[in-house]
Design a protein around this ligand. Sequence first.
Ligand SMILES: Cc1cc2nc3c(=O)[nH]c(=O)nc-3n(C[C@H](O)[C@H](O)[C@H](O)COP(=O)(O)O)c2cc1C
Length: 186
Amino acid sequence: MYTLVLNGSMRRGGDTDALVAAFARGVEGECETVRACEAGIAPCQDCRWCWEKRGCRVRDGMQEVYEKMARADCVVIASPLYFSQLTGPLLTLGSRLQCAYTAKSFRGERFFAEERLGAVLLAGGGDGGPEPAEKTAKTLLRCMRAKWVGTAASLKTNRLPAARDRAALDAAEALGRRAAQECGRR
Ligand SMILES: Cc1cc2nc3c(=O)[nH]c(=O)nc-3n(C[C@H](O)[C@H](O)[C@H](O)COP(=O)(O)O)c2cc1C
């Protein structure tokens, strides 16, 4: 099982990373993280090249990420809440899934040949709800043909860092196990 984590956190060893580590304990096989802010990915320019042609004209770090997405059995969207949303770098990466949307909606083609599983991990300090971020994450998972299996969150990190939020860590690990089980059934 190959799991690809798209991580929106700027903080190495921060709250999101603690949830990702717990999730990784639950899954089997390889678990690779792409940290959006370090991946050299430009935002979608809406150049509309992908309205007619397969893939994205912009040649940057995203080309490698498309390949990783295509071979992933499970994709995890992991992010801190920034104004109740996924972080800017993760939204930038997500904007490059426009070519998957246009392939399907404009040409009736599949950008990703296979379906996969998807999960969401969110960390928040305690202000504002996670709903907008979760909704966006689910939209991105659909673009990757990933079936959402669940969300785990640590939402009071200002007072209780995710690394000490036992309930959230257990939920993230259980989510990883569920993804592994579902993957085994496929
Ligand atoms: C610019 C900015 C905006 C934030 N907005 C929210 C928010 O809307 N809701 C919330 O609960 N926490 C918010 N936070 C707090 C982070 O989500 C929280 O500290 C999180 O645990 C950080 O995760 P990380 O250690 O993986 O970066 C914000 C933090 C920053 C820097």
